[in-house]
Design a protein around this ligand. Structure first.
Ligand SMILES: C[S@@+](CC[C@H](N)C(=O)[O-])C[C@H]1O[C@@H](n2cnc3c(N)ncnc32)[C@H](O)[C@@H]1O
Length: 317
C-alpha cells in the first residue's frame, strides 16, 4: 500500500492573508516529552514560548485544572503563539516580558510555585529568516538584532559607537572570537569612511579583516558567525537574563519540579552547567544527567539547528 504523505507541521506555511509564515521547528521535543514529568493539573512555564511549538505539546498534556504560562520578548512570536495555543484545555497566559522578570510575572498571575520551567534560548527560525531584524549575516538588512524592539540600543549603535578596544573585548567575550582585535580594527577603519548600518556592510568589514569563508573543513563556519553572535548577546543582554532566571528558579519550583534549559553555544551551556552543579552541591537540585542531552542522528539531519542544542534538566529537591 502506498504510504500517505503527512504534511510537515514545521515548514513554511501560508496564513489567512496568504503571506508566508516561517514555523519554527522545536528542538529535542521528544526528549523533553519523555523527561518532563508532570500531571494534568500542573503549572508549566515556557520562558521562551516563541511560536509555541514546545508549549503546544506540553500544554496538550494538561487538563482544565492545569496552566501554561508563556513568556517572550518578541511581539511577533507572541502573536503566532497566541493563535496556536488558543484551543488548549488548560489556562493559557502569554506575557510579553523578559524571563529575567519571571518571578514578577508569576506573582502578578497569582502563581507562587510551578512544576516546570523550560527555557529554549536564543532566537528562532522566523527571527533569523526576517532580514529586517538584522540577525542573519546571510541576508542584507539593517543592523538591528533586538529581540525586543522596545530596547533602545541596536547592534548598529554598538558597531558604530563603541571604541576599538571595547568592540574587540565584546567580540572576544561573547563570540569567543580569537581574531577579535583584527576585526575591531577593520570595523573602526570602515566606519571612518561610511557608517556601518547594514548586515552586509558588517560582513564586508569582517571579511576584509580575516578573509572570506574558506572551502573545506576549516571553512565550516562563516567568518562573521562569532561577531554576529557576540553582538546579539550584547544587544539583548542574553547572559544577564539567563543569570537572573537561573538564580530565581529554585525559589519558583515546587518540590520535584523541573528546570530544563536548552542552549546553543558554549557560553550559555557553561553558565547553566555551573549553576546546576553548584545547586546540586547545596542539595537544592538533583541533576537528571551528568552530560547535556543532545539531538539524535535523525533530528540532526531533519533540523540542522538541533546540532548545537544542549539540554540540561535539574529537579528541585
Ligand atoms: C529558540 S526560540 C524558542 C522556540 C520555542 N521553544 C518554540 O518551540 O517555538 C527562543 C525565543 O525566546 C525568546 N527570548 C530570548 N530571550 C528571551 C528572554 N530573555 N526573555 C523572553 N524571551 C526571550 C526569543 O524572542 C525567541 O522567540
Amino acid at each position: 500500500m502506498k504510504e500517505k504523505k503527512v504534511p510537515d507541521p514545521f515548514s513554511v506555511q501560508g496564513n489567512e492573508l496568504g503571506e508566508q509564515e516561517i514555523i519554527h521547528r522545536p528542538v529535542l521535543l521528544d526528549t523533553l516529552e519523555e523527561l518532563l514529568d508532570f500531571g494534568e493539573g500542573a503549572a508549566i512555564v515556557d520562558a521562551t514560548v516563541g511560536q509555541g511549538g514546545h508549549a503546544a505539546v506540553l500544554a496538550g498534556r494538561l487538563d482544565k485544572s492545569g496552566c501554561l504560562v508563556g513568556l517572550d520578548v518578541d511581539q511577533d512570536n507572541i502573536g503566532v503563539a497566541t493563535g496556536r495555543l488558543s484551543k488548549m484545555k488548560c489556562r493559557v497566559e502569554l506575557v510579553r516580558e523578559n524571563f529575567g522578570k519571571l518571578d514578577e510575572v508569576l506573582g502578578e498571575l497569582g502563581l507562587e510555585k510551578v512544576d516546570v520551567i523550560l527555557a529554549d534560548l536564543g532566537v528562532n527560525s522566523a527571527q533569523l529568516a526576517r532580514s529586517e531584524r538584522g540577525f542573519s549575516f546571510q541576508e542584507d538588512g539593517p543592523l538591528d538584532m533586538r529581540m525586543d524592539d522596545r530596547l533602545e540600543r541596536t547592534a548598529g549603535e554598538l558597531v558604530n559607537g563603541l571604541g576599538e578596544k571595547e568592540l574587540a573585548d565584546l567580540i572576544y567575550k561573547y563570540g569567543e572570537e580569537r581574531r577579535s582585535r583584527r576585526i575591531a580594527r577593520s570595523i573602526v577603519w570602515q566606519r571612518s569612511k561610511e557608517r556601518i548600518d547594514s548586515t552586509f556592510k558588517l560582513v564586508r568589514a569582517i571579511e576584509s579583516a580575516v578573509g572570506p569563508r574558506r572551502k573545506g573543513p576549516s571553512g565550516r563556519i562563516h567568518p562573521a558567525t562569532r561577531t554576529f553572535q557576540a553582538l546579539r548577546i550584547a544587544v539583548n543582554d542574553e547572559m544577564g537574563s539567563l543569570e537572573k532566571l537561573l538564580d530565581m528558579a529554585p525559589g519558583l519550583l515546587r518540590e520535584g519540579g523541573q528546570l530544563a534549559v536548552i542552549s546553543f553555544h558554549s557560553l550559555e551551556d557553561r553558565q547553566v552547567k555551573l549553576n546546576f552543579r553548584e545547586n546540586a552541591k547545596k542539595g537544592i537540585y538533583e541533576l537528571q544527567s551528568r552530560k547535556p542531552l543532545q539531538a539524535g542522528e535523525q533530528e540532526r539531519e531533519q533540523n540542522p539547528r538541533s546540532r548545537s542544542a544542549k539540554l540540561r534538566i535539574a529537579k528541585r529537591i
